[in-house]
Design a protein around this ligand. Sequence first.
Ligand code: PEP
Length: 245
Amino acid sequence: MRHLIAGNWKMHTLGAEAVALARGVASGAQGLACDLLVCPPFVHIAQIAAAVAGSPVAVGGQDCHAADQGAHTGDVAAPMLRDVGASFVILGHSERRQNHAETDAMVLAKTQAAIKAGLTPIVCVGETEAERETGRETQVVGGQLDASLPDGFAGVVAYEPVWAIGTGKTATEADVAAMHGFIRQRLVARLGAGGRAIRILYGGSVRPANAASLMAVADVAGALVGGASLKAEDFLAIARAVKAG
Ligand code: PEP
């Protein structure tokens, strides 16, 4: 399965920096064995889509509202993302779940809106440190998958253990293999053959130094990268760590 390396720029970059970063990524994007995606802050999406036009780099949003339009001050609708050049959207990131009290039901509604607008959703799931320490990680992740994904889902899933995001800690390869295997089983049980085709990304302190080993784990089909996506060279080094095949 062809890997997807996705950069989540979070709330970083002013316009000129964002364009320079996107151009840097696009300049090294030819001939890779994986697909590349950058997810800038909403306000830069149109500019970034223009900056990477003609390159293999796709552009995505970091969230969307569940409604197509309406009285929702400060929110952004999925058709708006599509309109300015996004083709993906990250949904249910743990920072949204924690900081904006997003529930699985809200993530499900947003996922449905994204699909309706023609975007590919990247739905994030992952357990907290306390949940892992008490042996509840598969129960938590299984519950998030069941409640956040619509029937017939054909997007991307990102497994991001919350304790590994932005902390410099990564899950061990054995833990990643176990969780990705569990997610795959759950997807196949729910979606049948379609569940086998879904890319499952790993996210949580992916860096050039650990990318090759993480990207080679069974059922890992890419990475969702936060901090290391803010330097084009690091992001491209992660992408180059993906081996063809
Ligand atoms: C993320 O925000 O999705 C993430 C994985 O961040 P980092 O790579 O910085 O841990």
